[in-house]
Write a new protein. Structure first.
Length: 319
């Protein structure tokens, strides 16, 4: 009888041993630089943290408010952040100067493609980029890559952003919509369908109107910056926007500091990929954070080795 009980006990252990053999994943602690409140980066950061924690509760990501892409790059290079959100203009500039041995910054995952647009109050007489001449235009915060993109769009459209308009540089991204509503700015430049300033103006009682550069200006704009792409804003993306808008924009990325460990990046990229449904529910362009989107938008030499390995694992060879 005792031998039979012993055998039954061993059989029971054999059923549960695979689970017991897999201890809970250790906690992962990473810091993430976002941007000033009121912009799309903090909104994406919140959604990213929620999505990752849902599929990997042990992955702890601490968001840190920063001045935007420029400060994020400096903090990454100094090793004061593990990860940071960096807009395409700044990312391309920084990554194109990296050493081939991978000792610098690297791309961990995509954020989204950010189409750029100007937005005005619906009753405004401003209907195109040339109409901005002589007017005050909120171009974004000083540390934002979106601001560089806006200046490039103006330049490619034949507008000198320093002399043909009155440029307004913001301390807080949320101030731009307020300045349009109270008349201090005739227009606001921004990018990304998830950008809060766009939604604030579109949902205002008097409504808003969006526009991009003229079709004939787009090739000139693209020639000014290799980071820019032709993008379109689908009709109905914002209240009152009944037609698609052809424009330009760029991809933004999650970048890693030098020498961030491969195990941490592998775990994070797996979690981002598995959590994209939640990310899409919490952030308008969340599905664009698909790692597959790195293949056509980032040179393979810029990828973190663990991200490149994950892409090969899922059949999206970065080479």
């Amino acid at each position: 009888m005792r031998r039979r009980e012993l055998l039954l006990g061993m059989a029971g252990l054999s059923v549960i041993s695979p689970a017991l053999a897999q201890p809970p994943q250790t906690e992962l602690h990473l810091s993430l630089g976002t941007a000033t409140p009121g912009g799309s980066f903090p909104a994406f950061g919140r959604a990213l943290i929620a999505a990752v924690q849902e599929v990997d509760p042990g992955a702890m990501i601490e968001p840190r408010i920063t001045k935007g892409s420029t400060e994020n790059l400096a903090l990454l290079k100094a090793g004061k952040l593990d990860l940071a959100l960096v807009q395409g203009e700044y990312a391309y500039e920084a990554l194109s100067g990296l050493r081939a041995d991978g000792g610098g910054l690297s791309v961990v995952a995509p954020i989204d493609a950010s189409p750029g647009m100007f937005v005005v109050q619906a009753a405004s007489p401003v209907r195109s980029v040339p109409d901005l001449r002589g007017r005050a235009v909120a171009l974004g915060t000083r540390g934002s890559g979106f601001t560089i993109m806006g200046r490039t769009v103006l330049q490619g459209s034949g507008i000198d952003p320093d002399h043909d308009i009155t440029p307004i540089l913001l301390d807080d991204a949320a101030d731009g919509a307020t300045q349009v509503l109270d008349g201090r700015a005739a227009a606001l430049w921004g990018a990304s369908l998830g950008w809060p300033g766009f939604k604030t103006l579109a949902d205002a009682p008097d409504g808003a109107r969006f526009f991009g550069p003229a079709p004939e200006a787009i090739p000139k704009i693209l020639a000014l910056r290799t980071s820019l792409r032709r993008l379109a804003v689908p009709a109905g993306s914002f209240r009152g926007q009944n037609a698609a808008i052809e424009t330009v924009g760029s991809w933004s990325f999650i970048l890693a500091r030098p020498r961030l460990g491969g195990a941490a990046v592998t775990r994070l990229v797996h979690a981002i990929d598995r959590g994209r449904d939640t990310l899409a529910q919490l952030y308008p362009q969340g599905r664009e954070s698909d790692p597959h989107n790195l293949v056509s938008n980032v040179p393979s030499a810029w990828l973190h080795p663990a991200t490149a390995a994950y892409l090969r694992e899922i059949g999206a060879d970065p080479e």
